[in-house]
Design a protein around this ligand. Structure first.
Ligand SMILES: Nc1ncnc2c1ncn2[C@@H]1O[C@H](COP(=O)(O)OP(=O)(O)O)[C@@H](O)[C@H]1O
Ligand code: SF4
Ligand SMILES: [Mg+2]
Length: 336
């Protein structure tokens, strides 16, 4: 049970968070009852196929939800205090200084007509109220911190490689000294070598600055090195949560098993990605019961009607009827 007293609170608590998007005439739930805690310096991965709700979770935590999003349930607490994540103006003092986000595709996020030093100095001036000189000095410091010589700060974004641009994005995310950095697919657009370098940089920064990291990815193979814990999302819910060791060695949820199976493993003769059969559900036509049941090799009758709750199991949590307290008769009947 999470201890909700202020002194004992984790850095971040996401407590039964649900977010809906309004889409023309209807409103649809993108994430449902998402709960987890994050401690200072901890690195957690949020993994799932496209559309599973990873970005929505991240944007809600950072107070960056889009205008058509509604926080329909739950809350987010930072150091024990409820964050006004659904109030743009009230969220302003918290944004970037407590939690910041490194987005995928740095080229789109950077302004092409400004030198990078100026873009890094900007949040220091605005949020930390530094003078122009102080902000430039801080930006030079941040560039060095992310492994870019400070003198390269005069470059424009298009003059840098993809990896360097992503380092600039990380420098910007660190500008206001946040204690949590969320990387939303921060390495997806990069080649494998640069990807490894950026993950190593995030890991180094994490230990140097005692940063807590939430690393979002659709690729389970990138998390093993960089994270302590993995949360698997499917159709807006967390379906499994465990340590990296447990998740890879003993996955409990059938979806997690298939995700791990999909990773190429040349040592075992698996050279290609093995996609999971079937498509993830879309927002407005989510299957009843366990949303994974149409694709699940272990589905039982109960899975089509009852949503499995996310219950503690071992050192983690899992949401699957295979692991819930069904009687033996129920299971036999369900398989029949
Ligand atoms: N601004 C938006 N308006 C309407 N639907 C959205 C919006 N953003 C995301 N969605 C939908 O919400 C679901 C979850 O999306 P997202 O959180 O981006 O997932 P992920 O990051 O795991 O790919 C998807 O079905 C997506 O199409
Ligand atoms: S609850 Fe049922 S359908 Fe869902 S993952 Fe478990 S066995 Fe498969
Ligand atoms: Mg996303």
């Amino acid at each position: 049970m999470t201890d909700f007293s202020k002194d004992n609170a984790p850095l971040l608590e996401v407590d039964r968070l649900s977010v809906d998007y309004s889409l023309k005439a209807v409103s649809a739930r993108a994430i449902e009852n998402v709960s987890f805690g994050l401690r200072a310096g901890e690195a957690v991965a949020l993994v799932g196929e496209s559309g599973s709700g990873k970005t929505t979770t991240a944007m809600a935590i950072a107070g960056l939800l889009s205008a058509n999003a509604l926080v329909s349930g739950g809350e987010v607490r930072y150091r024990g205090e409820r964050l006004p994540i659904d109030d743009d103006a009230a969220m302003r003092p918290h944004r970037w200084s407590e939690t910041s986000v490194v987005f995928q595709g740095a080229m789109n996020a950077l302004n092409p007509v400004h030198r990078i030093i100026k873009q890094i100095a900007e949040p220091c001036r605005l949020k930390l109220r530094m003078s122009r000189g102080e902000a430039t000095a801080r930006a030079r410091e941040l560039l060095e911190l992310v492994g870019i010589p400070a003198d390269r700060g005069t470059a424009y974004p298009h003059e840098l490689s993809g990896g360097m641009r992503q380092r600039v994005m990380i420098a910007m995310a660190l500008a206001c000294r946040p204690s949590i950095v969320i990387g939303d697919e921060p390495t997806t657009a990069l080649d494998v070598i640069t990807q490894a370098q950026i993950l190593k940089l995030l890991g180094d920064l994490r230990s140097r600055l005692n940063l807590a990291l939430i690393l979002i990815t659709h690729d389970l193979s990138v998390v093993a090195e960089a994270c302590d814990r993995v949360m698997i999302m499917y159709s807006g819910r967390i379906v499994e949560d465990g340590t990296v060791g447990e998740i890879f060695a003993k996955p409990k949820h059938p979806y997690t098993k298939l995700l791990i199976d999909s990773i190429p493993n040349p040592a075992k003769g698996k050279r290609m990605i093995r996609p999971i059969p079937g498509d993830p559900p879309n927002l407005v036509s989510r299957p009843s019961g366990c949303a994974f049941h149409p694709r699940c090799p272990s589905a039982m009758a109960v899975c089509t009607t009852e949503v499995p709750s996310l219950d503690p199991l071992g050192c983690g949590r899992v949401a699957c009827h295979l692991h819930q307290s069904l009687t033996q008769e129920d299971k036999i009947a369900a398989h029949a």
